[in-house]
Design a protein around this ligand. Structure first.
Ligand code: GTP
Ligand code: MG
Length: 335
């Protein structure tokens, strides 16, 4: 393995830009899909409020963080006081209610890491996962959405990276590769580190938004309309950024010693976090700090087999971006 290769970007990179933008546009969900999601949420609200008038339903995940590609499922959080001790009862009751309203494939998964009820709405064809009181996910969804509204290149890069990861089979946490959420954080971090920077670090700025969830203080600058134009001194195109993203993860990231941190807008040392050795099932082979649950490494699912697969995929993508005559086809080839 030749690490830290200095690569100069191919000369025809800008010719690829239009291609990448077309791929990005083809992944954006059409308005009808958004409308159907809304319709399903309205139905769920009606059913839930009848049983629990004090409860609230929130969308989170890709249907609300602006990184949702075509035909995504929707993630819903049911927030209610005092439900934490009886989460599984709430979920079983919820499953009951949904089943009697003709929703299909209703399943309560009460023993999952994040317990949920799954369902499919035959009217809209949309599948949905509902969790209880996972409010941190609602807050990190807002953080991602706020970052996306600062510079369009984040959404473009993240769509392309997610599409690549799904095509290449490296977006499967149960197989030891990374979640979509982890990939979006990698993209944000990468754009914070460009020079000139494409994105700021919202958590290091004045706190205009502040909530405390599960004893974790979540604060950041959320008046993002004031930051439009932040990245305009950086003229890199999406093709250049895709090239540089894969180059970074293939040849420049220091897997052995560093953690990427969107919270600080920089890399930090594994020592500082005590993430230098395996503890339980957490191996810390690729370290991505959650912006709020800072003891949480989103790379924890990666093991000694899947880290090789991931790194080989980053290298494959970097090579394609450097040398392949038709990188837009080759990059997304099914594995
Ligand atoms: P796709 O469904 O693949 O399009 O992407 P997604 O954005 O919905 O991502 P994913 O299914 O990975 O996760 C859904 C949401 O759950 C994320 O947007 C986060 O808000 C939250 N989430 C996922 N994994 C974690 C985690 O490990 N920790 C925390 N705190 N939140 C998570
Ligand atoms: Mg999702």
């Amino acid at each position: 393995r030749i690490l830290r290769r200095q690569m100069v970007c191919r000369r025809d990179i800008d010719g690829l830009n239009a291609h990448f933008l077309l791929i990005y546009k083809s992944l954006i969900p059409p308005e009808e899909e958004k409308a159907k999601q809304k319709q399903l949420l309205t139905l769920l609200e009606k059913l839930v409020y009848k049983e629990w008038p004090q409860a609230q339903l929130y969308l989170y995940g890709s249907c609300a963080n602006s990184f949702g590609v075509l035909k995504s499922d929707i993630d819903v959080c049911l927030a209610m006081e005092d439900a934490d001790t009886i989460k599984s009862e709430v979920l079983l009751k919820l499953a009951d209610i949904l089943q009697s309203d003709n929703l299909q494939n209703v399943q309560a998964l009460t023993r999952a890491r994040v317990p949920i009820v799954k369902l499919m709405d035959p009217e809209t064809g949309i599948s949905c996962d509902i969790c209880v009181n996972n409010v941190l996910a609602v807050v990190n969804t807002k953080l991602l959405r706020d970052y996306a509204s600062i510079d369009d290149r984040l959404r473009q890069l993240a769509y392309i990276v997610k599409h690549w990861a799904k095509s290449r089979g490296v977006n499967e946490t149960y197989q030891g590769t990374l979640s979509s959420y982890a990939y979006v954080l990698m993209c944000i971090h990468f754009l914070q580190l460009r020079r000139p920077a494409v994105l700021p670090c919202l958590q290091e700025m004045e706190a205009t938004y502040s909530v405390t969830v599960d004893d974790i203080e979540c604060t950041f600058f959320d008046q993002v309309e004031k930051l439009s134009g932040f990245g305009s001194r950086n003229k890199e195109t999406i093709a250049q950024l895709v090239w540089a993203f894969f180059n970074y993860w293939a040849y420049h990231h220091d897997y052995a010693n560093t953690v990427i941190s969107v919270r600080q807008g920089s890399v930090i040392s594994k020592h500082e976090k005590d993430w230098t050795r395996r503890i339980g099932n957490d191996r810390h082979l690729i370290c991505i700090e959650d912006p709020f649950e800072i003891s949480h490494d989103l790379g924890r699912v990666v093991d000694k087999y899947s880290i090789r697969i991931l790194r080989e995929e980053f290298e494959r993508a970097a090579e394609i971006m450097q040398y392949d005559p038709n990188p837009c086809e080759k990059l997304f080839e099914p594995y």
